[in-house]
Structures are given as C-alpha cells and as structure tokens.
Design a protein around this ligand. Sequence first.
Ligand code: NAD
Length: 496
Amino acid sequence: MTTFQQNFALGEQAQGFLSREVHHHVIDGKRVPAASGRTLSTVNPSTGEVLAQLAAGDASDVDQAVHAARRAFSGPWRAWTPYERQALLTRVAQTLDERFEELIQIEATDMGAPVSRLRTTKPALMKMLSFFAAQAATISGETLMNGIPGSVATMTLKAPVGVIGGIIPWNGPLNSQFWIIGAVLASGCTTVLKPSEDASLSVLRVAEILLEVGVPDGVVNVVTGLGKEAGHALAAHPDVDRIAFTGSTQTGRSVIEASTVNIKKLQLELGGKSADIVCADADLDKAVPGAAMGVFANSGQICFAGTRVLVQRPVVDEFTARLLEFVKTLRVGHSLDTAATLGPVISQPQLDKVLSYVDVGRTEGADLLCGGRRLEGSGYFVEPSVFAGVTNEMRIAREEIFGPVLSILPFDDVDEAIAIANDSEYGLGGAVWSQNLSTALRVVHGVHTGTMWVNCYGYIDPLVGFGGTKMSGYGSKGSAAHMDTYLYTKSVYIQL
Ligand code: NAD
C-alpha cells in the first residue's frame, strides 16, 4: 500500500489563515497573544512539518478568558430573547454552510482527516445547528401541584448556568466544538474553549467567524495551549460553572479531580472499546464494509470505533476474506488528496502508540493478517491493520488504540457475544449485524453501552443523542438531556 500526495490546492481564505505567523487566543472578541509570550508548534500530520505556532496559554490566559466570559454572561447577552438566540444560531448555520470548504481545508491540514471525508460531515453539522436553534426556543420549566396549605403557586424555571469550560480533543474539532457552542448559544451561557494542542486551528477560525456573524464579544472565547497547563487551569478555575469535556478516560479523571474546587457539574464524553457483533445470518455485503469503516474511518480515531469485531464462527472465514478484500480498496494519503479515504494519524506519539499496539498484538499471539506498518513518507501514515484470532483478554481487545487496528474475535452463540462485549471497562458504542430482528434486539438489550446500531454503524443524530456509560463517561450529546449541562433548575414558590 502506498500513500498518495497532495493534489488539491488550498483556497485563498484557508491559505491566508494558515499562513499567519502566530495564531493567538480569541478572548473578548479580540485576538490576544499568550500573556507569557510563549508559543507552541502544531504539526501537519500529512507531512510531519510544523504547520503553525499557537499561543501557549496558561493559567493567566485562562483567567483572562474566564473573566471575559463572566462579563459577557452578565452583560447585554443576558437579555437576548430565545428568538434572538435562535436567529443567531440560524445565521451561524448559514455562514458555516457558505464557508464550509474553507473550514474543512483548515481542519484537513491541521488534523489529517481527508477532505473527501470532511465534506461528508456537513449535513451532520447543519443538523446539529438546527437542533440547537430549536432548543433555544423550547427551554421551559413546569407549573407544579403542591401540598402547601393556603394558596401557594409553584413552578420551576430553567436558567443558564453561566460560564462553560469546553475541553475538546483533536479527532474532529470542527464538528465537536459545536456540541458546546450550539448549546451555549441556545441556552444563553458563555464559554471558554480549550482545543487540543494538536488541532486548534478550526476552533480558532470558527471563533472569528462567530464574531463576524454577530456573536457578542466574550460569549465564545478560545484559549490554546497544553492540556496540563491551559486545560487543567480551565477545569480548576473557580469561576467556571460547568465543564463539557471530550477526551480520553485518563484525562477525564484529572478533569474530575480538578473540577472539585467548586463542585462543577460535568459532561464527560470519554474513550471506548466498542464491540461490533456480526451474527452468522448477517448480510455480509453490508456487514463487511460497515464493520471495516466502523474502525478505519478517520484512521481509527473515533471514540465509538467498533474495534472489537465479534464474528460468529460459521462465517468467520468468509467475513475475514471479504474484509481483507475490502481493506485493499482503502486509499491512505495526504489529507489534501481528494482520492484518499484515510489520512494520517494525528502525531508522532500517536503513530508510535499505534505501532506499539501492533507489536503487543503479535507478542500476545494474535495473527496479523494485513497492515501493521508505517507507510513511506514523512507523514504519520499507518496501514489499516487486521488481527485475527484475538481473545478478549489481550490488551489489543481491552485498551483503546485510537488507530486503524481492527481485531476479529470469534464467538459461538449470541450469549457469548454479549458476554464478550460487556467484558470491557468501556460502554460507548456497539453494533449487531443480523437479519433476524429477535436476535438483533436480544443483543441490543444485552450489551451495556451508550449506543447500539443495528445493521449499520456510526449514525449520530442530535435529536436522538449519544453518550457513554461505565468508563466512557456521562451526560448526553444531543437529545433534550444535552441542555441539562447548560441549564439549572430553579424552584419557585409564590404566596398568592
Ligand atoms: P486527551 O484526553 O489527551 O485530550 C483531550 C483534551 O483534554 C485536549 O484538549 C487536551 O489538551 C486536554 N487535556 C489534556 N490533559 C488535561 C488535563 N490534565 N486537564 C484538562 N485538560 C487536559 O484526548 P485526545 O487524545 O485529544 O482525544 C482522544 C480521546 O478522546 C480518545 O480517548 C477518544 O475516545 C476520546 N473521545 C471521546 C469522544 C466521545 O464522544 N466519547 C469523542 C471524541 C474523542
């Protein structure tokens, strides 16, 4: 397998943005350098070359941004009506629709997802913004009966909690930032976002676009920097009311600890090791590409990737042969190669991690059927890799690799498959492929996880929601429950 090179030129706007000498924070409507004057490099994963300098934010930058967000929360933004916030979200959606190509070029260059893949994410982003625009106009409390003697009316009100700290990972920031920004604009909160040091650029660009669209100064602020500096400072800041965190389970634990300073409520979307269960009666024409792309999409850097592919013994051989044929059709290449279906992984450390897991798998006795090597060139390209003969005790079946590595685990009956699926500390995604609805529903009921797909993989709709259980986190992305992180409930008693 060879890598393909850039065959697509950046547009003028993306080029202009990417060629800035330093990318500053966005605080209170302005581009602001790091208080310390320090910068850190961010790398283009398709080339391994330094792409840009980011402001290296620390506690003092975070403090400045939190003050700006607090001032904005207490200022005229407070008085915006639900209709005004809804109209703002609609304008944001229209502008992103128009400028999507610029944004995906920045995202592709910064985090390595191919433009071909990023283009397909536009409908999801538009749906998310429609969802939050609808939420803006549906926030409501209840009038309640009570047992208080005399005449007392009782009700609940929903109010915005205040300043939200949003901590974002690198595997899809263009899209994932809107789970926070959408809810902030819908609820009337304000936010300080801390994107990953490996992929901050689309978040910085979006913050500027939001200002152009009319989001008031200080409502959406961005501080870049290292997780242990800027991220920790945000999680520990006493004037941040809540944290929406997406990232690894290990970092999630640090965020929980830091957040105890003022008992912040958290929305935590963490790691996964999802099981994708292929039953003997599955339609393999659909199950093979579905299970393959359930792992290889975004080069395996998706939290709900179905990395444990459990296949019922009568079809293991056929499934495996067809999977290997499918893998040959994947084209790994530069994120600006329009023919590439898979890009690089995000960084040298991530590349090293993925390759070290390939070694672990081999050492543990799994059978590497394809892939397992770095591809030529200076970018961080890994061959899509398939292990067979994997058991659930192996580390490659238990630990999140976050790379293009798929493990095939055979099973005899559905109860065994459910038991294997549940033998994991994670509970994020999962799927079952079967043409028998009873079998499929038995698996859906049996697997302890936040989302199950039947005869498909990876749909996420904000109206339905998505979230984890066990060590994959808590709180929901999407569904009415999403807004809970951004609102608090006030009980009101009125003596009549
Ligand atoms: P990560 O945990 O290393 O980093 C996530 C964010 O946290 C980054 O912005 C980072 O700078 C920051 N951070 C790091 N240390 C911190 C600290 N001590 N305090 C506060 N912030 C800190 O995760 P990653 O490597 O960027 O992303 C991959 C992980 O994210 C995977 O585990 C993946 O499963 C998970 N993820 C989960 C979901 C979901 O919805 N469940 C979605 C995407 C990614």
